[in-house]
Design a protein around this ligand. Sequence first.
Ligand code: NAD
Length: 249
Amino acid sequence: MSDFAGLKALVTGGASGIGRATADLLAARGARVAVLDRDVTGVGKPLLAYRADVTDDTSVRTAVERAAEDLAGLDVLVNNAGIGAQGTVEDNDDTEWHRVFDVNVLGMVRTARAALPRLRRSSHAAIVNICSIAATAGLPQRALYSATKGAVYALTLAMAADHVREGIRVNCVNPGTVDTPWVGRLLDAAPDPAAERAALAGRQPTGRLVTAAEVAGAIAYLAGPLSGATTGTALAVDGGMQGLRLRPA
Ligand code: NAD
């Protein structure tokens, strides 16, 4: 497929997991792709790599500008960089709440703010925010993380409304539990990683973890020309977790 031929995309957090799978998929489908990450180790051709931390507005602006210059434009922003947090409201103090909101919510605001002037010049402009089933599912032990993703969901709808008349579509993807290095680190820290993996898989009606490639496919759909009439939506990629309302297997 070469449906992204001629399009230029920027993927934040594109050095690992969902972001890397997305960058590789968009490149394979013909896009010129830049990755913005705080650690760009291992990102090579055909991807362009820009080191920046989404909590630092200056570093984001510089990286987005450089990427847009090197790509000779920008059509697609995939806002994917994010971090996890566990626990109830009693388990994390204000400092931790600010830290995680700074990455997961303000990080997306900063990259969008930097990218919007470029996206306005595109005739195929799309933003895809990586949200989570945590935004709406009421997961236990995920108060802070869920609150950040709830904010990402609301931000997606508001941005879609603000920019629709400018021809910029804004959607989000809501993954379930995805087999990425992040989840690998969580499993490694569990007392029994194999049992924990089975428990996470069993929580999804399909009985397995989602793959990063499956999330990338949904992101590519929302970023590409086939979804030209779609804006202000959330696409679940969660093994049926939310839509089917089934008890865990
Ligand atoms: P990952 O840890 O494998 O990759 C995240 C990438 O983001 C890394 O390359 C990391 O360096 C980068 N990053 C983190 N903080 C950054 C910062 N401050 N500035 C720049 N780059 C930064 O994680 P993943 O599982 O691929 O998750 C990617 C996104 O998907 C996140 O937004 C996450 O909330 C979301 N998500 C993941 C899952 C899952 O189960 N893995 C489920 C739902 C949503």
